[in-house]
Design a protein around this ligand. Structure first.
Ligand code: HEM
Length: 428
């Protein structure tokens, strides 16, 4: 029987919980800044000029801050806060320090990405690829987190009692470490100006897909799993194997079909099918156990799994690529499933008035996703026009303002003492 349940699992002492919450709120502020960069990108699309910046650099600044400054440190904050439910004894300071360092490095590299991308900038006599260098240091911080996690796994109080949430987190942490190979490969190609467009694209897809789907989406699912007291099952263990085999190869299915040999592409489609089946098998049994916004977050995990299942079918995958659905898929998985899982678990962990409101964030995400759809090939050509870019800008601006509102509300000083999680009213 999994002991992970918010009702019966031990919680961190209030001072430790406060420390984790500080990191979570700081990460949420990064979300707001990254969302504003996304809105700036949309404004640039409308004007046909990106304020003197290169569109790709601005996109990088946004996606890097979202992945490294929001989702990663927020996940680390919640892993720390929910450590008892995950059957782990994590050293509080060391674990949170990795989250803070990841956050600070992401924030520092954001202007560098926006101004120079991966290119070198002249600093005095020297030419330094600032963003790539800071990203390299950030990856060392991930390794530090992974080492702390591994150490805690080995010292887990009940290492032989099955804990499905902990097992999922182990896969997630492994995916984070392995995905970094893609980031190193990309940085090396950029700095040495070697490699062709295909090898760069392979490196980007390997990194973004494994980091986003493996580390963030599986990590978010682990947190949702830790919210329930359902017993560990054999199906779950099989499903984890599917993720383990499928996730490292799923990136191949997202590559343009013309660039890869059919056999290699087939491996990618099979990996997408395995990953989709794994996510579904792990999510479905949680549906009844989770309520409120955590259930909505789980629904978005399943929606992401369905999109992965669609990518498993070669003609559908090719159509999705030509229709520009990759961006929609990434945002359903990362902005939808991952973000709402983090926000809804935070509301339960830190108390609803002490963390950003899930309802406001859900509205922000809905606005973003709805206004992304007309940008895809799903929109009939007869209906397309300038309004599509205007609505995408409005959606991005709306999402930025709503996320800022929710985050700032969580920062407002309270007149009454903040409830501890056990006293905090349950979110539906
Ligand atoms: C309010 C929320 C958000 C807004 C307004 C937003 C906006 C954008 C925009 C405008 C782009 C560039 C699109 C293009 O190239 O046409 C983009 C790309 C991207 N975004 Fe977001 N986004 C949001 C949330 C997120 C979140 C939460 C994540 C991850 C945790 C994320 C990850 C990415 C990634 C990885 C890309 C690059 C995709 C690629 O190059 O293939 N975004 N986003």
């Amino acid at each position: 029987m999994d002991s992970a349940s918010p009702q019966n699992s031990p919680v961190l002492p209030p001072d430790r919980l406060r420390a984790a919450r500080r990191l979570f709120i700081a990460s949420a502020l990064s979300f707001v800044v990254a969302a504003a960069l996304g809105a700036l990108f949309r404004f640039g699309m409308l004007r046909g000029d990106f304020f003197g910046l290169q569109a790709g650099d601005l996109r990088h600044a946004h996606s890097h801050l979202m992945l490294m400054g929001w989702a990663t440190p927020a996940l680390i904050a919640l892993i720390t806060a929910r450590a008892p439910a995950l059957g782990l004894q994590l050293p509080l300071r060391a674990t949170l320090s990795t989250g803070w360092l990841a956050l600070v490095l992401a924030v520092l590299s954001t202007p560098a990405f926006a101004l120079y991308g991966y290119r070198s900038a002249a600093i005095g006599e020297a030419n330094i690829p600032i963003a790539a260098a800071l990203s390299g240091v950030a990856m060392l911080v991930w390794y530090a987190f992974a080492a702390i996690f591994l150490f805690a796994l080995r010292r887990a109080p009940n290492p032989h009692t099955p804990n499905p949430a902990r097992s999922l987190l182990t896969i997630a942490t492994g995916a984070m470490v392995v995905s970094s190979a893609g980031a190193w490969a990309l940085a090396a190609q950029m700095i040495t100006k070697s490699g062709d467009a295909l090898s760069q694209q392979l490196a980007v897809h390997f990194f973004v897909d494994l980091f986003g789907i493996g580390w963030l989406l599986v990590g978010a699912l682990a947190l949702l799993r830790a919210e329930t007291s359902a017993a560990a099952s054999a199906t779950e263990s099989r499903a984890r194997w599917m993720l383990l085999i499928g996730l490292p190869l799923v990136f191949l299915a997202g590559m343009p079909a013309a660039d890869l040999a059919p056999r290699i592409l087939l491996i990618g489609h099979l990996a997408a099918a395995l990953s989709a089946a794994g996510f579904m098998a792990l999510s479905l049994p949680l549906w009844r156990a989770l309520k409120g916004w955590r259930r909505v977050a789980l629904g978005l995990v399943m929606a992401s799994a369905l999109m992965l299942a669609a990518i498993a079918i070669p003609p559908v995958a090719q159509w999705g690529q030509s229709a520009g659905l990759r961006l929609f898929f990434l945002h359903t998985a990362f902005a939808g499933a991952v973000t709402l899982a983090l926000i809804s678990v935070a509301a339960r962990t830190f108390g609803p008035s002490r963390s950003p409101a899930p309802a406001t964030f859900a509205l922000a995400i809905a606005l973003l996703l709805i206004t992304l759809l007309p940008l895809t090939g799903l929109m009939p050509t007869a209906l397309s026009g300038r309004w599509v870019l205007v609505s995408a800008l409005a959606g991005a601006l709306g999402a930025t303002m709503l996320s800022a509102l929710a985050t700032l509300q969580a920062l407002l000083p309270r007149t009454t003492p903040s409830p501890t999680p056990s006293q905090a009213p349950r979110q539906q």
